[in-house]
Design a protein around this ligand. Structure first.
Ligand code: BG6
Length: 455
């Protein structure tokens, strides 16, 4: 890692992302292997006292056990600067405050990001400036392409990091070892042996006061267009020659280029719903439409499911069902792989061979193989059995992993420019069909498994 000092400037530091994910991520890095010398600057349009900001940073560091001298140095020098980065003078002031090479971290809505970039184009940037951008990257494929063109006018592509923290999730990264380091799996990782792949990210959390962002995104854009398509790419990609950024990102791009809405029919291949009022664990959850800041006429979904096809030789015919939603009963966050049934069984074996399944839990850090074996009581009767292992949780949080990539100048886990555009193109037929009301907006009580008609 370079030892040159860096200044991490969080644009939009008053948003919930900073406190919830970014600072804990940085703290996990500082508590572990550490970083290059770092200055942390928070900035936002709202006023915020220095003490309040420092307390927020300190709490994140304490919670993660980042109490060493490196963390103390970051804490001592951190500052919050009230500024509107769409104003040239303010942005210049932020750059002037940087003691190291600036890493401008955009935790801002895409429209504001584009305005800030327009101003950046007019400024002379310090040598070695990096840009890191949170999702959503643009608001459709055209604006994503426009943003990509704008970014490379500011800094070269290798200094642009498009963030997707699911790529920093250890269980997603575990897919690489599981698939490629075992004789057992890679030979059956194809349509000849796999019948169906489901990637689910159900959350019991409701809106959590994020209407300003979520109501214009919805579950499809918030989770499927970004995170879950990246997980699909890691799951379904061809074996890369190496894990260097050029190799890994090309095979991921390749599989996403082959991915489309199943049957080219967004109406048949998608479902959407939103939650209604219910009491969950004794607490009242209001209907989504009654949440503060929600505009019911937007018809924003809080649960989305889309079935995709990967149109290549390896995966033709296999449905990839991606689903994510809020205010659901269970925190089911997993990849479920259903293998094809065996072609025949020896006569005399009683019972059924259920299709084998592999369940990769993205949050519990477990991998489970559900198999059919001989029964414990009658050895000629088949029974289901499971092999389950718990993976060691990573020391770094997913955001810590992503920040590490930026600070190491390693774009392996950042989304490549063409992929950011491609992911919009993949979901656009669904977004159009939903906008035109060609798919019903179903309802489900908060705390349930989703609409009863879906089961
Ligand atoms: C974020 C979404 O990107 O990812 C949130 O905006 C979602 O709505 C979150 O809750 C899920 O990721 P994690 O790592 O917090 O489970």
């Amino acid at each position: 890692m370079t030892a040159d000092p860096a200044s991490l400037v969080v644009l939009g530091a008053s948003g919930d992302l900073t406190e919830r994910l970014l600072l804990p991520g940085l703290a996990s890095l500082l508590a572990g292997e550490g970083t290059r010398p770092l200055q942390l600057l928070g900035t936002g349009r709202s006023e915020r006292g220095q003490d309040e900001w420092r307390d927020t940073v300190r709490k994140a560091f304490d919670d993660a056990g980042a109490t060493g001298s490196e963390a103390a140095a970051v804490l001592d020098s951190t500052e919050y600067l009230q500024a509107d980065p769409t104003e040239k003078e303010d942005l210049q002031r932020l750059l002037d405050a940087c003691t190291g090479a600036p890493i401008l971290y955009f935790a801002l809505p895409p429209t504001i990001t584009m305005k800030v970039c327009a101003v950046l184009e007019e400024l002379e940037l310090p040598e070695g400036t990096f840009l890191a951008l949170e999702k959503p990257f643009g608001s459709d494929s055209e604006s994503a392409a426009e943003l990509n063109r704008q970014l490379v006018r500011i800094v070269p592509e290798e200094r642009i990091f498009r963030i997707d923290h699911f790529l920093g999730t250890d269980t997603v990264l575990n897919l690489l070892g599981l698939r490629f380091a075992n004789r057992l799996f890679e030979p059956v990782w194809n349509a000849g042996n796999i019948d169906r792949v489901e990637i689910t990210y159900d959350e019991d959390l409701a809106l959590e006061g994020r209407a300003a962002y979520y109501d214009s995104a919805g579950a499809l854009v918030d989770m499927i267009q970004s995170h879950l398509l990246q997980v699909l790419a890691v799951f379904a990609m061809e074996p890369p020659a190496s894990l260097d950024p050029a190799d890994l990102r090309s095979v991921m791009a390749q599989v996403l280029r082959a991915t489309e809405v199943q049957g080219g029919d967004p109406v048949a291949a998608s479902r959407r719903a939103r939650y209604t009022q219910a009491t969950v664990d004794g607490e009242d959850v209001p209907s989504y439409t009654d949440e503060e800041g929600v505009d019911p006429s937007r018809n924003t979904e809080t649960l989305a499911e889309v079935t995709f096809a990967v149109q290549n030789r390896r995966w033709a015919g296999v449905p990839f069902v991606l689903r994510s939603g809020k205010a659901l009963k269970s925190n089911r966050k997993n990849i479920v792989v259903t293998f094809a049934p065996v072609p025949s069984l020896p006569r005399g074996l009683k019972g059924h061979a259920q299709p084998d399944r592999m369940v990769i839990d993205l949050k519990q850090h477990t991998v489970e193989l559900e198999l059919t074996m001989n029964g414990s009581e009658d050895p000629f009767t088949l029974e289901q059995a499971s092999l389950r292992t718990e993976l060691r949780g990573a020391d770094l949080t997913p955001y810590g992993e992503v920040l590490r990539g930026i600070l190491h100048n390693d774009p392996t886990l950042s989304v490549r420019a063409d992929v950011a555009e491609r992911c919009w193109r993949i979901v656009e037929p669904v977004l159009d069909a939903w906008r035109e009301d060609r798919v019903p907006l179903d309802e489900y009580p908060a705390g349930s498994d989703g609409p009863s008609s879906w089961s």
